[in-house]
Design a protein around this ligand. Structure first.
Ligand SMILES: Cc1ncc(COP(=O)(O)O)c(C=O)c1O
Length: 478
């Protein structure tokens, strides 16, 4: 077998061809085959037993693997909230996969941990919480804002809620939960919030939902009534959660008002900005998250709107004391009380070993410079508005709301206005392999849904989508 450098070069060529063809729409957006067929094509059993025997076997495996992927670089990829990375975004993964330096313990990955500290400072600065003079100030201290990177928004929400619990019930870590803790948020909060409550042992019932409007945005006038009900039930409010933005619709909640409410009642305010906190970086989009700085904690997925390959999420705290409370656990071999070089994030994360997340986040900026990400966010948010305008002029397309982010739900009702038809239509569209879109339920109704996350997607592709939907719907008998 040839040396690693030859094989890496060959894989580089295959990846390059994959990118070029996807971008040129010379591949399907997604051609989903059954798992058994893919297993045969990849020869999983044979390769598993004997291992790769030649360089050719490696390239052939990779080439087949790439065929059976969802082609995110295809301009017709407008499916889930998963970043379309830069062409060279895989390099940190290659470096990490080669040197394997998990960065939660500084001494195990000093460079990765340093990139993480730098990027956390940048994010804190975007929120308006960074008080240092320099992003090279890496030290956590009580009273100052802080944060860590973690593997995904669900883990990040759990981390923030664990910290909120520690603030209101410091003994819960040792003694177990008191029975009077509740969390308030819109009924449309992401399911990872309910999961976090169950995982924390508070139970799903500890979520007190605030009713939402027809577009699933919190009815803010009801927030106080839900709060009063919680008090009347003898509960203590562990935190109030805001959607920024909602997963299905991409609509933002009034963070400013919710933040004021929490300040007034001295409540922990958690902003689930998995998708939408990225608006902080877009000069034209920033206003959607006005008031986010009133939060106690924020989560922000870089693998959604920051062009970073999955997974990479920041959990940010206005005060390091809050972060420090989340996991009151000691491991003498990892948590040193004496002064050590660098900074460990391990005491503040669910993970013990974590990937070099800081490098891949930093890399997304390093490839094009800071301004490019902000421009990208503004561009995708604007495209959703342009698509909305386009659909409004198109007969039989229904758009329930004006988009605020890069997510838009809509229906096509010419042949059939039923929910089942929208669902069938979505599958029929993706099974033609030209477009990859999603569908979701909003307020009990089924919609087609696009997430305009690929910087190569333009209004022309969306015009093409409209025609594709019309053509496919005409041939569908539901
Ligand atoms: C609002 C919101 N919160 C949390 C999550 C969970 O994030 P992740 O998929 O990174 O676990 C999502 C995912 O779509 C989301 O939209």
């Amino acid at each position: 077998m040839k040396k690693a450098e030859h094989i890496i070069a060959r894989i580089g060529q295959l990846l390059n061809t994959h990118l070029e063809k996807s971008k040129a729409k010379a591949t399907p957006a997604l051609d989903q085959r059954p798992a058994e067929e893919i297993a045969e094509a990849l020869q999983l059993k044979q390769v598993f037993k004997k291992g790769f025997q030649t360089e050719h076997e490696i390239s052939s495996f990779v080439s087949t693997y790439l065929t059976h992927t969802n082609h995110l670089q295809h301009p017709h990829y407008m499916g889930h909230q998963v970043a379309v990375p830069h062409d060279l975004a895989g390099i940190p993964e290659l470096i990490h996969g080669t040197v394997n330096n998990p960065s939660s313990l500084y001494e195990m990955g000093p460079a990765g941990a340093t990139c993480e500290g730098f990027m956390i400072n940048w994010m804190l600065d975007k929120v308006g919480w960074f008080e240092g003079d320099d992003y090279y100030d890496f030290h956590f201290s009580p009273g100052k804002a802080s944060g860590v990177l973690t593997h995904g928004g669900s883990v990040a929400n759990l981390t923030a809620l664990a910290a909120a619990r520690a603030a209101i019930a410091p003994d819960a870590w040792t003694e177990g939960n008191p029975t009077d803790l509740v969390v308030i948020g819109a009924a449309s909060a992401h399911y990872s919030i309910a999961r976090a409550l169950s995982i924390l042992g508070l139970g799903k019932k500890a979520f007190y939902p605030v009713a939402v409007n027809e577009n699933e945005v919190i009815q803010i006038d009801n927030l106080n009534a839900v709060y009063q009900k919680a008090l009347a039930d003898g509960k203590r409010v562990m935190c109030v959660v805001a959607n920024a933005c909602a997963t299905s619709t991409g609509l933002f909640e009034p963070l400013d008002t919710m933040g004021d409410f929490c300040l007034q009642h001295k409540l922990w305010f958690h902003v689930d900005g998995a998708h939408g906190a990225a608006a902080l970086a877009g000069p034209k989009s920033r206003h959607y998250v006005k008031g986010i700085e009133k939060a106690t904690s924020i989560i922000w997925d870089a693998h959604k709107m920051m062009r970073v390959p999955a997974l990479c999420t920041a959990v940010l705290f206005k005060d390091f004391t809050r972060q420090a409370g989340a996991f009151q656990q000691k491991g003498s071999y990892v948590f040193h009380d004496t002064k050590v070089v660098g900074m460990d994030s391990m005491p503040y994360t669910i993970e013990c070993t974590k990937s070099a997340l800081g490098l891949k986040l930093f890399w997304a900026f390093a490839l094009e410079g800071e301004a490019a990400i902000g421009h990208y966010i503004d561009q995708t948010f604007t495209l959703a508005k342009d698509f909305h305008a386009l659909l409004q002029k198109e007969d039989s397309f229904v758009t329930p709301y004006f988009p605020e982010s890069n997510i838009l739900c809509f229906r096509y009702e010419k042949q059939d206005a039923s929910d089942d038809f929208q669902k069938e239509l979505r599958y029929a569209v993706i099974n033609q392999h030209r477009f990859y879109i999603t569908s979701c339920e909003m307020n009990g109704k089924r919609y087609l849904r696009v997430v305009l996350i690929n910087p190569a997607t333009t209004l022309d592709e969306l015009k093409d989508l409209v025609q594709e939907i019309r053509k496919i719907a005409a041939g569908l008998v539901c």
